[in-house]
Each structure stands twice: as structure tokens, then as C-alpha cells.
Design a protein around this ligand. Structure first.
Ligand code: ADP
Ligand code: ZN
Length: 735
């Protein structure tokens, strides 16, 4: 009965400290069938780089499937692993070891996850072992299996028993229902061996159960869509392609998502809704808990504790969740029957993971939906150039909501040229902005003020040529600090280069250099002094450590317990607050450290978000303060011409050869000799004349980048020595 492999693979000690596991393993061993062993590739949890793409093992036919969690021998140890493919048995292969055990009959990850895993490793140039991190929220994979409980029940008559302990156990169980093993052992002090022998004598039966109890599905209530929203929802359902919903702010995109999510759940499927910022999930989950039953909706974000995250993951895997709402990592929730993924504000840059695997949630969702047979819906008021181009190329289905809900007007937008304003102590508040704020305070309406930075950070700007003083090391704007004796010093925070502030502009020689910046702390000070009666809320990453803080803040705004909400863009965009009639950005162009070619797009998106915050329920106003009032992104955002902006920017990218018209790869080098290594790398690329990728060196100090751009810059990576080099495919940030 026990096959020869068993003697080769004895029961593994380190992993069988859990008794349940041992019993289960034994069961699975017995089912083994050694005559037709098959082979499988197993990705182990081992960190060794050499085996980061899996190893071949033998397994009895039918004992494992794709995604199965297994134990395998590795060197002299037993290691956890997951089956990533099943292979035909190769003849004459030597030294292929057998798996030790399958840890569960069910796959740990659904097959579409294993397919996505391979896709990520291939697309983002990393190992499977690196890629699998985002799928499994625990270092111990076994921990993610359903928690098992073992119970004993008395089913025979103990009359002939001799052993005192055995009798004691039977007496304890007599008249009781099934008793959990830990309870039984505590009460009687019996050993596992005692229980086992009682089971063998047919006196007790042993039952192993998992915690996968199902919470019942509840009634779904549906939103009441307008006829335009209905049309859009139907179109999206009908299209087989990924859909891009281009809907202006407050057009009701969220309502359309709700309808489609309800449809999916009604059809017995599950859904994922990705939002760009975890603090905004609070806003969103509320809406969806109203529609669905709250216990079947779950949120996943980076502020969850490890154990909360694991519990959520297990509950999703067990089929207890219909809708997962979360930031980008929620994409990897192991839902059964995945029917729909919605990515709200798909243009947001937070969808790019800035650690290995450096995936983009939008791209990855598209692949994942393909494997899962699910629908992808992207929504935005300012679609990314990437998605827009795909829609134009008929790779995505494009649909529009060009009107606000109930035909509400977009707010009127005015642009203030900051170079024309004399400030005094009130910088960066222009007189017209102050008037507008006072106006709101008098009327009992609310204002939202957008800032670029938390803290007090400032840059040095030339009012003549309107350029910032940038660091020669990194090409990024210097930050102004107070030096000894009050003389300003300029610091490059990426390289720590520090210099005295110059007297004259290095670009044009003008002496009108101005410290510009609007950190939240400083702006709050100014407001408090000027309007002591105003109730001011500050929303930035310092004041909001947890979604709960955001919830309280939103509650205060909704209940009119606050007059002014002051926040960094990342925190205040996307809010839906009816009594806000003024939204302003204090400095539309300073403080964004961006690769040059994406700066305009980002500012446009920010300004459009700004116009979306004001006048959602009653007529509103928007003020843009900027040093570059003539820039196309400012002018077109002020006149709500989104499509015109995207089209013109796309033409510009085509002309200059930047993404999405070309492709980009960033190679990141860190460490003491990063500069020399980067130069060598760039030179070796330049040497390959058949390649159309132009390397650009960028950086300074301990971090260097080599940027490759062209039709297929990734193709040359395989010829490079990339030891200690981080590869970033389709990079967004360049610092
Ligand atoms: P978007 O996501 O496009 O910015 P929202 O979905 O947040 O827009 O909708 C804006 C506002 O209009 C919200 O307060 C929302 O409740 C309301 N709204 C939109 N569509 C409807 C609808 N069909 N029925 C009721 N309220 C709606
Ligand atoms: Zn100048």
C-alpha cells in the first residue's frame, strides 16, 4: 500500500508540529499511485536566487494540480512550495525527487493567479519567486490554508477498556457531542497516542473540519441610474473588450460601477474595485456596504495588520466575499469566480508598484482579467494617455459620461498669475483667493485648499524666466532650507548636495529669485492667524495615519463642523462633499518632482480633480494659482477641455518619442560606485548599435538611473549584466 517513494520521503518533522496536518498528510500519501508518476514544477518559498523560477519534482498522478500547496525536499530540508505547472514525465531524467506531501486538495491560488504570476515575471523582468510575493500575504504559505479543527466523538462502547486514561477520555466524551482536541486534552490530560489507539479500536471517531463556513448572500439593492448612466452600463456589459469610462467629475461613475458590480454578484460572480488611495477607500466602502451586505464586502490596503490581512485573504479564498475594495494590492485577492475588476481613477500613478515586482495595476489587471475570463472596467475624468491611446487603437472600448449628474454645472475657474501678485506675509495667498475664502466663511459654505507638499518645503523660483533652480546632480528642484545666519541654503534631497542659494538665476541672470512653496503646516499657520474663528482641518499623510482618521475628517466636513479643508492632493482628490463651493490650488506647478515629459499630464489631472471637488451640489468656484498661467495644461483644464488636452499631449509624445508612443525601461543602480557602474552600463548599451534604445544617464550620488527608450528597449535586457541592477519596466517616477 505504501509506495516506495514514501520510504524515500519520510514524514517531515519540521512541518508536522501541527497534528492535524499529519493526519491529513497521511491520507494524501495513501492516495498516491506510484506507477504513473507525473512531474510538476514547484516554486518553493526558498530565497535562493538560483531556484527562483521553480524546480521539477515527481508527484503521483492526480495528487496535485496547478496551484496546489506542497512540501518538497530541498537540500537537506523540507520546504513549502506551490505547484506552478504539471509536466509530462520525461524519460531518463535523473535526480528528480518526489514531493513529500500535498498540503491540501484545493489549490492555494486559483489557476488564473498562477497564469498572472508568470505574466508578471515575464513582463516586469523578475523571477517567479519575486512575483509571488504580491499574491501571498504571509511568509509562511501554510498559514494561509484554512484553519482546521479536529474533534472527537464517542461512538463505541468502552466496556472492555483497560487503560485508565482511555477510560477517562471515554467518560469525558460520554453524553457530550463532538469535542475539540485541545479541549479534550486539557480536560483529561490524554496524549495524542491515546486518542489514536481509541480511534483504532473504533471507540472514537475523529473529524477534521475547516473554518470555511459560508456567510449567506443577502439581497442586493441597486442604484437608480439615469438614462445616460443606464446606456453606459449596458454598453460596458456588452463589450468583450476592456472598457474605458471617460466620465467627467460628478457624472456618477461610482453609480455605474455599483450597477455592474451588482450584476456580477447577481450572476454568482465576485468583483474587485481598485481605488488609488487607501484613505479614500473609506469614502467608497460606505457606498457599497449600503448596496451589498456589509459582511460580504471587504477592504484590503497596506495599513492592515499582518493578521488582519491574512484573515481577509482566507475569507476571500473561502468564498465568503463578493466584493473586495482596496488599493493596488487588492488586485491579487484570491476570489472564486471573478467576474469584474473596476479600476477607479485609472490614470492615478499610485497604481504603479515602486518595489519589485514593479507592476502596474492597470496592465496587470488586464492580463489577470484575460486569464480569469473577467471584465475590466477603467474609469476616469482624465484618462491616462496609455488608456486613451489603446481606446483609439480599438484595443479598449471607450464610453463617455459627458454631463454631471442632474445636469449640474461645472464650476467657474479663474487662474491667478502668481508672478503678478505682491504678497507680503501672506504668500502664497493672493488677494482674490482670500476674498473667495472669506466669502465662503460668511455664507457658511466650505472650501478645499490643495497643496503640493506636506510640511514646509519650498523651492527657489525665478520670476523672470519662471524656472526653478534645479540641482546639477539630479536635475530636480532644490529645496530651500534656512542656513546659519538666516542665509538660505539649497538642498537636493535625492543626493544631499547642499549649496548656498545663488544671488542670480543661473538660467537668465535675473535677480528676482523667490522662495515658493506651500507646505501644509505653514499655510495652516497663515490661515489660523487671519481667520481665528474658522474651523480648519488639515489632511495630509502626517495627520491621517489610518483610514479611520479619514472617516472622522469626512464626517466633520459632511456635518458642517468644519469650514476649510486643507490637504495634499493625494488626500483630498476624489472627495464628494456637497457643501464645498470653493476649491483652490495654492501652487499648481511647484513641488512636483517629475520626469519632465509627464509633468504637464500630472498637473492637468490635478487641476481637473480640483474642479471636480467644487460645486457638486450647488454652484461652485475654482481658483488656480500658478506661475505658468499660459501653459496648455492650465488653460485647457481651466476651460474643461480634457479631450483636447489629451489629444494634444499625445501628439507631443509622438513627436518627441516618449511613452505611450514609445516604450521605456529604467535601470536603477544604488550604492557607492553606482555612478561608475551606471556609466559602464550605458556605454555597453551604446555599443550595441542594432538597438534603437537610447540610454540616458540620470541621477547623482548613490542612486543612478539609465533610461532606455525606443520601440522595444526591453529586448536588449537579456544581453546585459544586470547584477545588482533594479529593472523598472514602464517607469512612472524617475527619482
Ligand atoms: P463620479 O464618480 O463620476 O465623480 P459620483 O458617482 O461620485 O461621480 O456621483 C456624483 C454625485 O452624484 C454623488 O453624490 C452621487 O451620489 C450622485 N449621483 C450620481 N448618479 C446618481 C444616481 N443615478 N442616483 C442618485 N445619485 C446619483
Ligand atoms: Zn531666470
Amino acid at each position: 500500500m505504501l509506495d516506495s517513494q514514501l520510504s524515500y520521503a519520510p514524514m517531515c518533522k519540521p512541518y508536522s508540529s501541527c497534528e492535524n496536518l499529519r493526519v491529513k498528510l497521511a491520507l494524501l500519501f495513501i492516495q498516491r499511485h506510484n506507477r504513473f508518476p507525473m512531474e510538476c514544477t514547484v516554486l518553493t518559498s526558498s530565497k535562493s536566487a538560483g531556484i527562483a523560477n521553480g524546480l521539477t519534482y515527481e508527484a503521483p498522478e492526480g495528487s496535485v494540480g496547478i496551484g496546489s500547496p506542497v512540501l518538497v525536499p530541498l537540500r537537506n530540508k523540507t520546504t513549502e512550495g506551490i505547484v506552478i505547472s504539471l509536466n509530462e514525465k520525461q524519460e531518463q531524467k535523473f535526480d528528480v525527487k518526489g514531493i513529500r506531501a500535498a498540503l491540501s486538495k484545493d489549490p492555494l491560488l486559483p489557476e488564473y493567479h498562477i497564469q498572472t504570476l508568470r505574466w508578471i515575471a515575464d513582463k516586469y523582468f523578475c523571477s517567479l519567486r519575486q512575483a509571488i510575493r504580491v499574491f501571498l500575504p504571509s511568509l509562511s504559505w501554510k498559514d494561509l490554508l484554512p484553519k482546521e479543527t479536529k474533534t472527537y466523538r464517542l461512538t463505541g462502547s468502552p466496556e472492555k477498556l483497560r487503560g485508565r486514561k482511555q477510560l477517562e477520555v471515554c467518560e469525558f466524551l460520554a453524553g457530550r457531542d463532538a469535542v475539540e482536541v485541545s479541549v479534550l486534552r486539557k480536560a483529561t490530560g490524554c496524549s495524542i497516542a491515546t486518542l489514536r489507539s481509541l480511534v483504532e479500536k473504533d471507540l472514537l471517531t475523529e473529524e477534521i473540519s475547516t473554518e470555511e463556513e459560508q456567510t449567506p448572500k443577502a439581497e442586493i439593492s441597486r442604484p437608480n441610474l439615469t438614462s445616460d448612466q443606464k446606456k453606459v452600463a449596458a454598453e460596458i456589459s456588452d463589450s468583450k473588450l476592456p472598457s474605458l469610462l471617460f466620465g467627467i467629475t460628478s457624472s456618477g461613475k461610482t453609480e455605474v460601477y455599483a450597477e455592474l458590480i451588482a450584476n456580477a454578484i447577481d450572476a454568482g460572480k465576485s468583483a474587485i474595485l481598485l481605488v488609488p488611495e487607501i484613505l479614500l477607500t473609506e469614502h467608497c466602502i460606505h457606498r457599497f456596504q449600503e448596496l451589498l451586505s456589509p459582511e460580504r464586502v471587504c477592504t484590503i490596503h497596506s495599513r492592515l495588520t499582518g493578521s488582519a490581512r491574512k484573515a481577509a485573504w482566507r475569507s476571500i479564498r473561502a468564498g465568503n466575499i463578493d466584493l473586495v475594495i482596496g488599493s493596488r494590492s487588492a488586485l491579487f485577492s484570491p476570489l472564486k469566480n471573478l467576474g469584474l475588476i473596476v479600476i477607479d481613477e485609472e490614470h492615478e500613478w499610485t497604481y504603479k508598484n515602486e518595489q519589485t515586482p514593479r507592476y502596474h495595476a492597470r496592465e496587470t489587471a488586464e492580463a489577470l482579467c484575460g486569464f480569469a475570463g473577467a471584465k475590466l472596467l477603467l474609469g476616469s475624468a482624465t484618462p491616462s494617455l496609455e488608456s486613451w491611446k489603446r481606446a483609439k487603437d480599438n484595443h479598449y472600448h471607450l464610453t463617455r459620461l459627458p454631463e454631471r449628474y442632474l445636469g449640474k454645472e461645472l464650476p467657474t475657474v479663474s487662474v491667478v498669475d502668481l508672478a503678478e501678485v505682491t504678497f507680503g506675509d501672506l504668500y502664497p495667498f493672493s488677494p482674490s483667493l482670500l476674498t473667495a475664502i472669506e466669502n465662503r466663511l460668511n455664507k457658511g459654505e466650505q472650501s478645499i485648499l490643495f497643496l503640493n507638499r506636506r510640511g514646509v518645503a519650498t523651492a527657489l523660483l525665478c520670476l523672470e524666466c519662471r524656472r526653478r533652480i534645479v540641482s546639477p546632480d539630479s536635475q530636480l528642484p532644490f529645496t530651500v532650507h534656512k542656513g546659519i545666519g538666516g542665509r538660505p541654503r539649497l538642498v537636493d534631497h535625492t543626493t544631499n548636495l547642499t549649496i548656498d542659494a545663488p544671488e542670480e538665476c543661473p538660467h537668465c541672470g535675473s535677480k528676482s529669485l523667490h522662495e515658493v512653496g506651500a507646505g501644509t503646516v505653514r499655510v495652516e499657520d497663515i490661515l489660523e492667524k487671519r481667520y481665528p474663528q474658522a474651523r480648519i482641518l488639515r489632511a495630509d499623510k502626517d495627520t491621517l495615519q489610518h483610514p479611520e482618521h479619514m472617516r472622522l475628517l469626512l464626517k466633520k466636513m459632511r456635518e458642517n463642523q468644519a469650514d476649510i479643508l486643507l490637504g495634499t492632493q493625494s488626500v483630498v482628490k476624489g472627495l464628494d462633499l456637497p457643501n464645498v463651493t470653493l476649491a483652490a490650488v495654492l501652487l499648481a506647478d511647484v513641488g512636483l518632482s517629475l520626469p519632465h515629459f509627464r509633468a504637464g499630464e500630472r498637473i492637468f489631472q490635478l487641476l481637473t480633480q480640483l474642479t471636480g471637488r467644487s460645486g457638486r451640489a450647488k454652484p461652485g468656484e475654482v481658483i488656480i494659482q500658478t506661475f505658468r498661467p499660459e501653459a496648455p495644461e492650465v488653460l485647457l483644464a481651466a476651460s474643461h477641455k480634457t479631450e483636447e488636452y489629451i489629444e494634444s499631449e499625445l501628439k507631443l509624445r509622438a513627436h518627441t518619442g516618449y511613452p505611450p508612443v514609445s516604450k521605456m525601461v529604467r535601470l536603477i543602480l544604488r550604492g557607492d560606485n553606482a555612478g561608475t557602474r551606471a556609466q559602464k552600463l550605458a556605454a555597453s548599451i551604446q555599443g550595441q548599435l542594432h538597438i534603437s534604445a537610447a540610454p540616458t544617464l540620470f541621477g547623482g550620488g548613490r542612486i543612478w538611473h539609465v533610461l532606455l527608450r525606443g520601440e522595444d528597449p526591453k529586448a536588449i535586457l537579456k544581453d546585459l549584466d544586470l547584477t545588482d541592477v533594479v529593472v523598472d519596466i514602464d517607469p512612472i517616477e524617475c527619482i
